[in-house]
Design a protein around this ligand. Structure first.
Ligand code: NAD
Length: 438
């Protein structure tokens, strides 16, 4: 098949490479000249394990090409995937669907009547109906639009794309379902569940899934707040309740909470859309989910201040700055917000991260950056673990302790071996726990 992938960010670039890996002829469209040139040169504009090798591999086969705008090449595709961003609108909680609308309008004049358009971006319920109407007005024929939400996770994006838990399609006609099914045939042949739904349900599946995951994380972080004032231990609590298979132990780790380009803006967009539909109270609890999540950042800032006293001029090292490990995505990263707040209050913040320092230099050049772990903590008055990169879990507390000014660490992700760090002389502070330091 010939497919176009419109918008080549974290989702689109991964999807384009995955489609080429499945053997399709792929044309990727991306208006950002920097990203476009990088992709053409075989360089991934962000960090995603395994995706750069896969990109080089598919570029060599000639199965994938990249361009800025539609032309005869993209117009001949059987299937067009819309993968553009839907960020939080500025000054509002709602999702900004203007990029999706712009992508649909730009595509419409080039559409073949039998081609199918599959939206993959996460959108407020009702968006597909609006897009279908606009595209049909432009083309003069009934456009085959379907919604095919994406569940990939940054850090394991390619694997998630090639071996997803399920593929969901919401469509208005059988032809759209068949074309999308054909595109995913090699994945479906592995036995992957294929769910055909109505369009509004397909749009809702993704925001509902993200709302659930965010709630689970905030639930255990709410327990952490209670544990912190009652001498209980939220890590043990999570373990104990997680044995119940109705609860499960995934997404039950207390810490500085969720971030990234999806969960925070998706729950806010969901609340805003529900409000528009007159059912705001149905998802009002997500306000608390969001607030609990953001309070964890306040907690770390407060802990840092209580350790440092006046933070001005104090040296703070942030270990990890991306919103999760195996990614350099800094969008709404809890570690970044904490680092920015301490820096604004006068601390000298140095950031270490295995892959995100160049992304940080672009986004927040004021923060100090150090690529060597030992150098990053040298003379630090306080170390904060902000992202659970494996190399921090494996770090030698003796080696790090030998160069810091003060052996105090705030484990924002509850991943350090507390006994090992304490026996190397560190004071360990962790969220949701009352750790006795000698
Ligand atoms: N990142 C994830 O892990 C993930 C997972 C599942 C779903 N999603 C959803 O996928 C969508 C994209 O997310 P992302 O993280 O890839 O965002 P992103 O910002 O990394 O990528 C969006 C890309 O679209 C491009 N773009 C904007 N307008 C365009 C247009 N009119 N035509 C063509 N390209 C255009 C941008 O230049 C950018 O490169 C969002 O709705 C997001 O919620 C993301």
């Amino acid at each position: 098949m010939k497919v176009s992938v419109i918008g080549l960010g974290y989702l689109g670039a991964t999807h384009a490479v995955a489609m080429a890996e499945l053997g399709h002829e792929v044309v990727g469209l991306e208006p950002d000249p920097k990203k476009l040139e990088a992709l053409k040169a075989g360089v991934l504009p962000f960090h995603e394990p395994g995706l750069d090798e896969a990109l080089s591999r598919v570029l060599k086969t000639g199965k994938i090409t990249f361009q800025a705008e539609h032309n005869h090449h993209s117009a001949s595709a059987d299937l067009h995937f819309i993968c553009v961003g839907t960020p939080q609108r500025s000054g509002s909680d709602a999702a900004d669907t203007s990029y999706v609308m712009a992508a649909a309008k730009a595509l419409a004049p080039h559409l073949r009547p039998d081609a199918v358009v599959a939206g993959k971006s996460t959108v407020p319920v009702g968006t597909a109906t609006e897009l279908q109407k606009v595209m049909t007005e432009i083309t003069g024929f009934d456009v085959n639009l379907a919604w095919n939400p994406e569940f990939l996770r940054e850090g394991t994006a390619l694997e998630d794309s090639l071996r997803p838990d399920r593929i969901v399609v919401g469509a208005w006609n059988e032809h759209s379902v068949e074309v999308i099914k054909a595109a995913y045939a090699p994945i479906l042949n592995l036995g992957t569940p294929f769910l055909v739904l109505d369009v509004p349900t397909a749009e809702l599946v993704k925001v509902a899934a993200n709302a659930f995951l965010a709630t689970k994380i905030s639930f255990i972080n709410a327990m952490a707040e209670v544990a912190e004032v009652s001498g209980a231990d939220a890590v043990s609590l999570a373990k104990a309740i997680g044995y119940d298979e109705r609860i499960g132990n995934k997404f039950l780790r207390t810490g500085i909470g969720f971030g990234g380009g999806c969960l925070p803006k998706d729950i806010r967009g969901f609340m805003a859309r529900a409000e528009e539909l007159g059912v705001g109270s149905a998802v009002e609890f997500l306000k608390d989910v969001d607030a609990i999540n953001l309070r964890r950042r306040d907690k770390v800032v407060a802990l840092a201040k209580s350790e440092l006293g006046d933070v001005r001029g104090k040296r703070v090292t942030m270990l990890g700055i991306s919103f999760k490990p195996d990614s350099d995505d800094l969008r709404d990263s809890p570690a970044l917000e904490i680092a920015q707040r301490l820096s604004r209050e006068g601390a000298e913040v140095t950031v270490h991260d295995p892959v995100s320092l160049s992304a940080l230099a672009e986004k927040e050049p004021a923060l100090g950056r150090e690529a060597d772990l030992v150098e990053a903590v040298r003379e630090a008055d306080l170390v904060i673990l902000g992202t659970e990169w494996k190399q921090y879990k494996d770090a030698d507390p003796h080696a790090l302790g030998a160069v810091v000014a003060n052996k105090t660490v705030i484990d924002g992700r509850n991943v350090l071996d507390v006994a090992a760090w304490q026996s190397a002389g560190w004071k360990v502070i962790a969220l949701g726990r009352s750790i006795q330091n000698g």
